[in-house]
Design a protein around this ligand. Structure first.
Ligand code: SME
Length: 152
């Protein structure tokens, strides 16, 4: 499925007022994982209260031990402090990386801003080497902008 075709599906899920926010985020994770061939794990992390750490919220894919990630640690923790997208074509080339599964080859993390504040992120793991392009970044930025309106 193309990114453009997925956008109305994402919007439809976010508008499903009968579902909790967490459930809606879980449905988005599943939608992306099932419809983008190289998305093998999709999850949302959010800042954990007033602590300088991320907490895993909804996700689709294999369960991970890394439900709490301190700011600065791993790709996710680095994005929590840099406020910038982090595209990793080859996870083996990263020193500051937290492995969730040995099958993962690449990762993309895009921060989620509410009123200009970095409050979390969407994290995608891929079992395909170097799969992400700028189109993924633009699409995931768009997804996060939609989610931001919900968690505002
Ligand atoms: N690889 C991430 C940890 C989270 S898992 O990918 C689900 C990192 O280095 O921050």
């Amino acid at each position: 499925m193309t990114f453009e075709a997925l956008k109305p599906e994402v919007s439809k899920i976010l508008e499903s007022k009968s579902l909790s926010v967490e459930h809606r985020l879980e449905e988005i994770c599943t939608l992306l994982k099932e419809n983008i061939a190289y998305y093998d794990w999709v999850g949302f992390y959010f800042k954990n209260g007033d602590k300088d750490e991320l907490k895993l919220s909804s996700y689709a894919g294999a369960p991970t031990d890394h439900t709490i990630i301190p700011f600065g640690k791993g790709i996710c923790g680095q994005v929590a402090v840099s406020n910038e997208n982090f595209v990793v074509p080859d996870v083996k080339a990263q020193d500051n990386y937290i492995a969730c599964s040995i099958s993962v080859k690449a990762e993309i993390v895009v921060p989620l801003f509410v009123n200009g504040k970095n409050i979390g992120q969407i994290d995608i793991d891929s079992n395909t080497a170097d799969p992400f392009t700028e189109a993924d970044e633009r699409f995931l930025e768009w997804v996060n902008e939609q989610v931001a309106q919900l968690v505002d």
